[in-house]
Write a protein that binds this ligand. Sequence first.
Ligand SMILES: CC(C)(COP(=O)(O)OP(=O)(O)OC[C@H]1O[C@@H](n2cnc3c(N)ncnc32)[C@H](O)[C@@H]1OP(=O)(O)O)[C@@H](O)C(=O)NCCC(=O)NCCS
Length: 165
Amino acid sequence: MNGRKGYLNPFPWFAMKNKATVKLRKFKPGDLDQILKIEKACFSKTDAYSKRKFKLLFKARHNFIVAEKANEITGYMIAKVKKNLLDFVSIAISKRHQGLGIGIILMKFIINYSKACGIKKASLEVKTTNKKAISFYENIGFKIKKTVKKYYRDGKSAYLMEKSL
Ligand SMILES: CC(C)(COP(=O)(O)OP(=O)(O)OC[C@H]1O[C@@H](n2cnc3c(N)ncnc32)[C@H](O)[C@@H]1OP(=O)(O)O)[C@@H](O)C(=O)NCCC(=O)NCCS
């Protein structure tokens, strides 16, 4: 994904689950305003990433993928690869498009791609109070490994969740 040799660029990628047909493609700076709107609606003030943070994540060349439906961004996902580990940084789907399968499409896309690149494990942190996200990750096969106390800026704890690829 990040220019690895020997793999075709998989974008754009079209996928469908339930009522959702989306186009997946790489993030481009012109998407930022739409992404920030989704971010603000989905996360609390202390948890939402700023414009600057998104720009830094883009610059760092992590896997930054957006899902698009009729030219509207419906969600995004950022994941970094560290050695043999796929580490999810963030995912959010616009409120209007939640529950349609778009989150699953984004997660499965990067998981399958990483697997094909030889990556063995995926991990992420999720707020222990975010029940919806926890069941979303469990549905994909992630398991809670431990609690990381005071992981978030508001002092709340995270679960570290992992999945073998
Ligand atoms: C969590 C989130 C990314 C899920 O994306 P989504 O597109 O709404 O989820 P999907 O439609 O792909 O759902 C896939 C599975 O997740 C689970 N799930 C989704 N919504 C759920 C809900 N409200 N309650 C319980 N489980 C839920 C179900 O197992 C579902 O599978 P099913 O459709 O076969 O029942 C999305 O709701 C979101 O953006 N939330 C706000 C931001 C956030 O919390 N991000 C995670 C930070 S760690």
